[in-house]
Design a protein around this ligand. Structure first.
Ligand SMILES: C[S@@+](CC[C@H](N)C(=O)[O-])C[C@H]1O[C@@H](n2cnc3c(N)ncnc32)[C@H](O)[C@@H]1O
Length: 485
């Protein structure tokens, strides 16, 4: 580590910012938000800085000239942001004379410290530094951390801080206190608060505190029934990701890929509960009973399901068992396969010129026998999205054609939709069975039927789309004194 990370107390102290442009504005803003008295020095401050000066007549003093020796004398920190070498060198010399911390933008050799990239969820502040080697890395990390720390996280911190004394009075050992804090922030109380239900959050903390030490308080965990989307990890919701980091045990099946599973808390127990077509590793009822049992033992149990748990996912059946057993649960929706495939294959589900409605059906009939409501499927100007249909493709095609649908009707099969190995096979009802045999479709697939399929060629997104998130970055050769401007 090349630098010592510290958070400096500057409330009521003087910070000098020499310069009038954008860098100076950022320095002034940050110094003001930390409660410093700021002296801004520049003969011609730009509009943004002038507006800042006008808005802060008390904490911000503006001198319409470069910084002078006397300004630095009583300062705690000085920033050079003028991009003028003579001004920077003078500032450095005065800082040495008066032992003041000095930072000059883009001049690492004359800096006492670098300015980190920050995520501000006050009172929580995360500072990221790459030692000035690669500010772009810090920026990328900051974006990731920002998505993890909801804007309301700061308010949550203040809110739970209000219970500090009550917790200290009730729980004497440090370890138990820490567990209680973790449960409070990461558990139902934190969730209530973040979803705007402050009263419920308070009640929950008070009842949890009251239950401490009582023998009749069972260690009840809870179950999260979470939709993981069709495969691309970027399609997970923030909530899914948050709960994945919290779960003690995760029950997952075949549709959950390694990339998504790797985002689960590292020390969480993972239980594969199977579900291959026609070959269930664990019966549906066994899965539900196992979840109830684990939750009753005090675990935070996640049932991670492909797509959306309430769309052909039997999620309803699973939580019925939990509801009957008195186990608390939460359901987090996910992007269902038809929606994901539609976007990644460039086949809109509706389009004013082709389809005014769309239906989602499953062709997974018992014993291979199709049991579909054909009247609903045969409506004009409609897209039909069929789940679990490839093993019955010939019967499906037959069903449409024998009921009078033109053999020239467009149809697409999207295999492994949204994943790196996505394939799209397009054809007509006349030739799709042969095309799918030729393509040797084996992975999970959605079948789409209707005029919208013709848009695929035009609208299919470039393959590079999912590499947006790859951690590619150019490392700048020159060291910088700041992580972010
Ligand atoms: C048991 S259903 C689960 C559906 C899931 N709950 C959802 O909302 O997408 C499994 C079927 O979903 C479809 N499916 C799931 N993931 C898919 C993917 N990545 N690409 C294409 N189809 C997928 C396939 O039809 C597969 O046979």
């Amino acid at each position: 580590m090349e630098h010592l990370p510290i958070f400096l107390t500057v409330k009521g102290k003087t910070i000098v910012v020499d310069g009038g442009g954008t860098v100076a504005v950022r320095r002034v803003e940050r110094a003001l938000s930390a409660g410093a008295n700021v002296i801004s020095c520049d003969p011609t401050p730009e509009e943004e800085l002038q507006a800042l000066i006008d808005r802060n007549p008390n904490a911000l003093t503006s001198f319409k000239r470069p910084a002078q020796r006397e300004d630095v004398k009583n300062a705690t920190v000085v920033y050079g942001a003028s991009e003028d070498n003579v001004r920077d060198q003078r500032l450095r010399a005065w800082s040495d004379e008066f032992k003041v911390l000095c930072n000059v933008a883009d001049e690492p050799d004359i800096c006492d410290f670098i300015t980190p990239s920050i995520v501000d969820r006050s009172p929580v502040v995360v500072a990221i530094s790459t030692g000035g080697a690669a500010p772009v890395v810090a920026r990328t990390l900051r974006a990731r951390i920002e998505t993890m720390l909801l804007p309301s996280f700061g308010q949550l911190t203040e809110f739970v801080g209000g219970f500090r004394q009550a917790i200290a009075n009730k729980i004497s050992t440090g370890r138990e206190r820490r567990h209680f804090w973790e449960r409070m922030i990461d558990g139902p109380a934190g969730d209530f608060f973040l979803s705007g239900e402050k009263d419920k959050a308070s009640n929950r903390i008070e009842s949890d505190l009251a239950a401490i030490g009582r023998d009749d308080a069972p260690p009840m965990g809870e179950v999260y029934l979470v939709g993981a989307g069709p495969g691309d990890p970027d399609l997970l919701t923030f909530k899914a990701l948050r709960l994945m980091q919290r779960a003690d045990v995760v029950l997952y099946d075949r549709l959950i890929g390694d990339e998504i599973l790797s985002l689960v808390r590292r020390d969480a127990e993972r239980i594969f509960v199977g579900k291959l077509p026609q070959k269930h590793t664990m019966g549906q009822d066994d899965i539900s009973q196992l979840m109830a049992k684990l939750a009753k033992e005090g675990n935070r149990v996640m049932r991670l399901k492909g797509g959306d748990p309430f769309t052909f996912g039997r999620g309803g059946e699973e939580i019925e068992v939990l509801a009957n057993a008195g186990v608390p649960f939460r359901v987090v929706p996910g992007i269902t396969a038809a929606a994901g495939c539609s976007a990644y294959a460039g086949i809109p589900l509706t389009h004013r010129d082709y389809a005014q409605s769309c239906v989602f059906v499953t062709a997974h009939g018992k014993n291979g026998i199709l049991d579909l409501d054909w009247d609903v499927l045969l409506r004009p100007s409609q897209t039909v999205a069929i789940y679990m249909g490839t093993s019955n493709l010939d019967k499906l095609v037959d069903g449409f054609v024998t009921r009078g649908v033109s053999e020239m009707t467009d149809i697409a099969i999207i295999e492994n939709g949204t994943r790196a190995n996505q394939r799209v096979v397009t054809g007509t009802l006349y030739n799709i069975v042969n095309l799918s045999i030729e393509a040797d479709i084996k992975g999970p697939s959605i079948i789409m039927i209707g005029g919208v399929v013709t848009l695929h060629q035009l609208l299919e997104p470039a393959k590079a789309a999912s590499s947006e998130t790859t951690f590619e970055m150019s490392i700048s050769a020159n060291k910088s004194t700041e992580e972010v401007r």
